[in-house]
Design a protein around this ligand. Structure first.
Ligand SMILES: NC(=O)c1ccc[n+]([C@@H]2O[C@H](COP(=O)([O-])OP(=O)(O)OC[C@H]3O[C@@H](n4cnc5c(N)ncnc54)[C@H](OP(=O)(O)O)[C@@H]3O)[C@@H](O)[C@H]2O)c1
Length: 211
């Protein structure tokens, strides 16, 4: 698949590029600064701001899918019409479990106080996607860490996590984003992703995915 990775210089973005190339995809990295990382290099790079329609037009040429490794309403405002214009339908975007979570109440309340504007923007971005004609998937991560990936994640489709660990290594989040872009059954769905808690039992339709 030809995949455009937006936010490719970010901590998750770099891992998405590395793993996508490792899976045999042809990757174009879009970033405002050099996407240096220890991992595998993308086949192509476009330097620029993902809110710029001209940059997006260049980057979207010939792509099959887009992974937005950054959640942003400003990016989506430019990206949704740019994808329609380029005839690219498939978009997987990062978001946060906190956007829809209701429990644990005290933690959710504190997180919303601390990160109100970031969460409000992610909620706006999710709404824009849901209103669009794109084949979108929203991948709501829990708390990202730079720990080594386990090669497994906990996934579910509930507002509140049905299992797993609230800590999610970015390497495993990158894996879940790529699993989503390869999985048409996730089109127009929002999936919650958390880390693996050793010895935990999943319930309520949750599943553990291995990369
Ligand atoms: N952090 C968490 O705990 C958490 C939890 C749940 C979900 N998430 C989701 O995961 C995403 C990735 O998290 P992260 O911590 O890996 O992010 P990160 O390291 O901060 O990377 C985000 C990247 O996006 C790039 N970017 C932002 N606006 C851009 C624009 N207009 N054009 C081009 N590039 C742009 C940034 O570029 P520059 O380097 O140039 O600034 C940065 O490299 C978040 O955006 C969020 O949706 C995060």
């Amino acid at each position: 698949m030809k995949i455009l990775v937006i936010g490719a210089a970010g901590r998750t973005g770099r891992l998405v590029v590395d793993q996508a190339v490792g899976r045999g995809h042809i990757v174009t990295a879009l970033a405002r600064r050099p996407a240096q990382g220890p991992g595998r290099a993308p086949q192509a790079e476009v330097r620029g701001d993902a809110t710029d329609p001209k940059v997006l037009r260049e980057a979207l040429q010939g792509q099959d899918a887009v992974v937005a490794a950054v959640g942003s309403s400003a990016i989506l405002r430019a990206l949704i019409p740019a994808m329609a214009g380029a005839g690219v339908d498939r978009l997987v975007m990062t978001s946060s479990r906190s956007i829809v979570a209701t429990r644990p109440k005290a933690v959710v309340a504190v997180m919303w106080v601390l990160l109100r504007s970031a969460y409000a923007d992610l909620a706006r971005a999710e709404g824009m996607l849901e209103m669009s004609e794109l084949d979108w998937t929203i991948v709501r991560g829990s708390m990202l860490t730079d720990d080594a990936g386990a090669g497994k994640v906990h996934t579910d489709f509930e507002a509140d996590a049905t299992g797993g660990d609230h800590r999610l290594p970015r390497a495993d989040y990158a894996m879940a984003l790529l699993d989503a872009v390869e999985d048409d059954s996730l089109v127009r769905r929002a999936v919650g992703v958390g880390g693996i808690r050793t010895g935990s039992r999943s319930k309520g339709g949750a599943k553990t995915k291995t990369g």
